[in-house]
Design a protein around this ligand. Structure first.
Ligand code: A3P
Length: 301
């Protein structure tokens, strides 16, 4: 899909959102909230039968954990290793595809690049049956909540939060699109030893992007030279991606590429909110592998 078509689609979705009442912008399916415009019920139902392939490149992330960053990294990895430039600008989120588009996926040549924000238990079962490799991006919960808050205030397809405090409460109770952050993290913890699952954190990518590019390409068995790794990392910094996002994300470029730092939570959380999040982390993720990988003590205290 050309960038003009993607941008036209975005504009029409934003126009539709402007005519909707706030409460119409989200709906509940199987107990979890979803955005009506992006992931209507018909998409979610059709997706349950989506046929995966063993060689699909599947990217999974709870919202605001760095999905679009990793989309950029993976696109560059695939292009560099296959030697072809694919022109798709569409975010490859399967629940955003209408049932017709989901069907047409069967005609897309391998390797298909797909993604989702769905809870692991709600990813189409075919991905598990086919043992499709899944790269999962996680981010510390405090920065994720802050990023989600700003995204919701600026993206017209989502209900606008009344305030940071109100949004924080909704985030903590899981009453945000795609559900509870902690439910997702706890579910991925159970899959940490699955050889077809690799978890990478936003903070690890910030620490050493070259290492992240190497890890990700090796996981999907894409061969890259060290020169290609360096070039991909260089083109995937926040500033580089923010610049190119004017083409890929059009009017929402500044919304998707906001600040791109670790620790912005310190500018938003009250002491009490921070302590309550620490207690929630302790309750769900203390002593877990995924919790250790997040380096909570370093990035959230
Ligand atoms: P902030 O809102 O904290 O700036 P997602 O793509 O999952 O919606 O995540 C969005 C977050 O990733 C935003 O965080 C965005 O700025 C950040 N991001 C996007 N590209 C990035 C990059 N190249 N480097 C670092 N952060 C990036």
């Amino acid at each position: 899909m050309s960038s003009e078509t993607v941008q036209a689609k975005m504009q029409s979705r934003m126009a539709r959102a402007q005519e909707m009442r706030e409460e119409e912008k989200i709906f509940r399916y199987k107990g979890v909230l979803y955005p009506t415009i992006m992931s209507p019920l018909e998409n979610l139902k059709a997706m349950e039968d989506l046929e995966a392939r063993e060689d699909d490149v599947m990217l999974v992330a709870y919202p605001k954990c760095g999905f679009n960053w990793t989309v950029g990294v993976l696109r560059k990895i695939i292009d560099a290793s296959t030697g072809e430039k694919r022109d798709s600008k569409m975010p490859p989120v399967i629940e955003f595809f209408d049932p017709g588009m989901q069907q047409r996926l069967s005609q897309v040549p391998s390797p298909r690049f797909l993604g989702t924000h769905m809870h692991p238990d709600n990813i189409p079962p075919s991905f598990i049956a086919k043992k499709t490799k899944m790269l999962v991006i996680f981010r510390n919960p405090k920065d994720t909540a802050v990023s989600f808050y700003h995204f919701s205030t600026k993206n017209p397809v989502l209900p606008t939060p009344e305030s940071w405090d109100k949004f924080y409460t909704e985030f903590m109770s899981g009453d945000v699109p795609w559900g509870s952050y902690f439910d997702h993290a706890v579910a991925w913890e159970k899959r940490m030893d699955d050889p077809n699952v690799m978890i990478v954190t936003y903070e690890e990518l910030k620490e050493d992007l070259c290492k992240g590019v190497r890890q990700i390409s090796q996981f999907f068995s894409f061969d890259l030279s060290e020169e290609q790794v360096q070039a991909i990392a260089q083109d995937s910094t926040f500033d580089a991606m923010k610049e190119t996002s004017k083409d890929s994300h059009g009017p929402l470029s500044n919304v998707f590429f906001r600040k791109g730092v670790v620790g912005d939570w310190k500018n938003h959380f009250s002491e009490a909110q921070s302590e309550a999040m620490d207690a929630e982390f302790e309750k769900h993720l203390a002593g877990t592998k995924i919790g250790a990988q997040m380096k909570y003590e370093l990035y959230c205290k």
